[in-house]
Ligand binder design. Sequence first.
Ligand code: C2E
Ligand code: MG
Ligand code: MG
Ligand code: MG
Length: 290
Amino acid sequence: AVKRAGRRQLRRYHPEQDAVTEREQLLARELGHALPRQELTLAFQPVLRLHDSRIVKAEALLRWTHPALGRVSPAEFIPVAERSGLINPIGSWVLREACREALAWPDLIISVNVSAVQLLQFEFRATVHDALTRTGLNASRLELELTETAVLYEDERAARTLQELRDLGVLVSIDDFGSGYSNLMRLRTLPITGVKMDRSITSDLTSPQAGQFARALTLAVRGITRNLGVDLTAEGIETPEHLRAVQDLGCQLGQGYGLAMPMTAGQLTARLARPATCPDDQGAPRHASH
Ligand code: C2E
Ligand code: MG
Ligand code: MG
Ligand code: MG
């Protein structure tokens, strides 16, 4: 017992862990002010139909610029927001803001990331309904992206909420598919409309070691999504080689820095005004909004 307590002590006073905890506490505290202080914005990353390079969707990506801390990555602050419960008010704001911006792009579907914490919240369906009615956006133009960990487990409540969301008329996609314990069977039973394949798989496609398996996996997922009649989007297309690989494997939709960077609403509006095939600076990180 003494030994165990001793080890616990050691762990508790590990300086690295203290730094992590301190940083998390700071972020949680500051994040609590981010909405009223208007430090949160949305970037929009186009999703392209690969056969004709047309933009068919835009994914809303949350950005936080703190006056002292600068830009904090969502990969860092979203988990903090989830653990502190702040993801609920922040997520509601993202939904409403994304729906509002989407009114300017009548031909696009707007995709919004939803964390498991939000999905399992009792009033989540009402939050989505509220965002749609307050903005007047048609439900069929809103897509919710859920990570596979949020819904691929045999969680009946999550499946029921998903069905309620589908009943509202919104689209529902599994995000980052292939990044965790992907359950192909679960795809059949969940009422989803799309699958987004994780960028690690796209990147593996062109690797000499992992390429063969990644291609086999992509073909399997392509076959299953086609059979189910749902969309397949390849994430993380960075190079012409990635693009060629995912096209050869039959992915219809693609997203990635090599196709278009996340951008401001104004930049997206400007880009939509240009012809789809116009050779331009697409892919170049022109602004820091990503
Ligand atoms: P995600 O939903 O998978 O979003 C795609 C992420 O990949 C974005 O990072 C995007 O900028 C990045 N990305 C796009 N193309 C490429 C590429 O070609 N290469 C690479 N390396 N990355 C690419 P971002 O904006 O930093 O967001 C990270 C994650 O944070 C998102 O992953 C999502 O899980 C989460 N997130 C962002 N906004 C929200 C939000 O409003 N709510 C929730 N719950 N989560 C959010
Ligand atoms: Mg996403
Ligand atoms: Mg993703
Ligand atoms: Mg991701």
